[in-house]
Design a protein around this ligand. Sequence first.
Ligand code: URP
Ligand code: ZN
Ligand code: ZN
Length: 536
Amino acid sequence: MASRRAVNLSLTLLLLHLSILLSPSASEFGQFCDAGVGYGESACGVSGGSSKILIKGGTVVNAHHQEVADVYVEDGKIVAVKPNIKVGDDVTVLDATGKYVMPGGIDPHTHLAMDFMASQTLDDFFSGQAAALAGGTTMHIDFVIPVKGSLIAGIESYEKKASKSCMDYGFHMAITKWDDDVSREMEVMVNEKGINSFKFFMAYKGALMINDELLLQGLKKCKSLGALAMVHAENGDAVFEGQNRMIELGITGPEGHVLSRPAVLEGEATARAIRLAAFVNTPLYVVHVMSIDAMEEIAKARQSGQRVIGEPVVSGLVLDDSKIWDPDFTTAATYVMSPPIRAAGHDKALQAALSTGVLQLVGTDHCAFNSTQKALGIDDFRKIPNGVNGIEERMHLVWDTMVESGKISASDYVRITSTECARIFNIYPRKGAILVGSDADIIVLNPNSSFEISAKTHHSRLDTNVFEGKKGKGKIEVTIAGGRIVWINGELKVAPGSGKYVSMPPFSYLFQGMDKADAAYLSSLRAPVKRQISTE
Ligand code: URP
Ligand code: ZN
Ligand code: ZN
């Protein structure tokens, strides 16, 4: 059996190598397979082996349930989940005894090939996704940035960037200005382009930042389209003031970044966005929740019944700001992101909020700038491109920090790394589940094996890693994406162009019953009052 599988695999490899040699785009693969990005020979177009896979004897974990069962995959879909599935010799069999079989991670927050702060993020839709797959993430949702305010031009540019994708992906759209064209284009995005979420930046004054008037227009439009409004919640005007204050004090290094935008400014903007969303009566998603201040605003709103989603990111969950004071500029600048990584204490509070359901899912905000790009701000922290890595590390670090430590169960892990994201963005149960009919995006995690993170071994193009040296338990040994084995035995097998765009329909579960709340609001107004003109 094993030797027949080996023959099958060799034949497949041979055929794939032949097809690459004959393919007109063969030379293109070369450019993605350079040794510097850390993929082996197998990265150059080999994406899978058999389209029939049996994962035997693992503990299959979903967000609602776990059981020991086999999982059978054919042509990219999960076909059966039950004990003792019998298959023929044409099936690749993976033994998962003693291991967890879980839905691949979905990262709700990434920035691949994004033009930002006079640079472009280094990881594109191939290298970033390859890194993701090596870390057990099988889908991500990236933020399209409009071109001169145009959403259509923005999505066209991202469609090109994403053409070399090697895993499934979706898009959010940023809104950076407001006029009738933007309003109309939002309709096109939802009705024709499969986008069901829009991000509003309350910071980055003079660049992406919007004001409250625009935010209100945007919230109203999102509500009418059944699209989810997302906010980067920091008070951009106050941050600008804080930056000037630091420069006047002669603080020009990376620590000036953290000092200029304290947690109170994140808390203020989070509270404001929450209140405006309550005023419009539309759901709100707060991205990269980095502080206790912001988290507590979300907790209060949820307790009062408001539909607010809070997304911490892995850097905020497992790091503190200590490295920002490192005397070496390159080291310190690596940690510059917005909102900033906070002082020790915020990380633990965010973990607790995640384990108690105050926060719902974990992203990365993967936004990779290398040390040369970060050096743009060597004399002025305001010019250090903002962003840190995480797309490859999230699944391991969340397992180790949350499950291995006993804070949450394996089912909760699946919920916060995959299922909840699929539900919020309305693609469940196609994604985020090990169920018959779901896409075959699957990981096998060995809880007894360990991992260690280093820029020397990661798959991102970065020369640094904010999680450098972190070790932990729970190793993702296999990643299956779209029914193909893309990560096994420490080797990536990915091909540019194999990833698919995932269209996300509007009106997710977050919108259910909103019409009733609107009706209750209208009837509570007791207005307009019918008055008679007094004749006296
Ligand atoms: O520092 C960050 N977060 N960079 C990416 C852009 C954003 O604000 O999400
Ligand atoms: Zn942001
Ligand atoms: Zn971001």
